[in-house]
Design a protein around this ligand. Structure first.
Ligand code: FES
Length: 203
């Protein structure tokens, strides 16, 4: 993105609320190198877009950030995580992401993303707004032998796959939302801005 783009004046780097969560979901660590770039309270409230460096994001990890006062996750999916994603009509309420309110047009695909390996989701359950937990491990004791990894909302038991698709039988009625976002380069994502047509074709 050119430096004279007017959007630059609105964009703020994120820091204090940004965390990395490992594949087990056990550890959360602040990124110290971003700690001096906290957006002002006014900028956060205004819904400024957020620029995120994902160069340190390892396979299976999740970054948590805040955009427009909502939690947003960025997950770097492994090949096996991608292999677990399917569009089985019986298994999901909206397997083909037909509900246009739940994602930008560019994410209406199997992986619900611009690049298959990078998932960006709003971390807000579409039932009553709780924050689902990241449960990437398959067949864990808590969620049963058929669990392929995904997100689990403990409030009322909604299950979402690793693309944020809600499973049939969950109280939540819609897939987790994909916010607008775009890649500035391979390691930089701006949450809150849509990609240009050129950027979409490269994804
Ligand atoms: S708020 Fe998530 S299942 Fe009810």
């Amino acid at each position: 993105m050119s430096k004279d783009n007017p959007d630059n004046s609105r964009r703020k780097f994120l820091s204090g609320s940004l965390t990395l969560v490992g594949g087990t979901g056990a550890a959360a660590t602040l990124w110290p190198f971003l700690s001096s770039m906290a957006p002002s309270a006014k900028a956060k409230a205004s819904g400024a877009s957020v620029e995120v460096d994902i160069s340190n994001l390892e396979e299976g990890q999740k970054i948590d950030l805040i955009w427009r006062k909502k939690p947003v996750w960025i997950v770097k999916r492994t090949k096996s995580m991608l292999d677990s994603i399917d569009t089985n009509e019986g298994k999901y309420k909206d397997p083909m992401s037909e509900n246009i309110e739940q994602q930008p047009e560019f994410a209406k695909n199997k992986f619900r993303s611009l690049k298959p390996e990078i998932l960006v989701l709003e971390g807000v359950c579409t039932h009553l707004g709780c924050n689902p937990a990241y449960k990437p491990d398959r067949n864990n004791g808590e969620l049963g032998k058929d669990w392929q990894g995904g997100f689990f909302c403990a409030c009322h038991g909604s299950k979402f796959d690793l693309a944020g698709k809600v499973e049939s039988g969950s109280p939540a009625g819609a897939n987790l939302k994909v916010p607008p976002y775009r890649f500035v380069d391979e390691n930089t994502i701006i949450v809150g801005e849509l990609p240009t047509n050129d950027e979409k074709s490269k994804g």
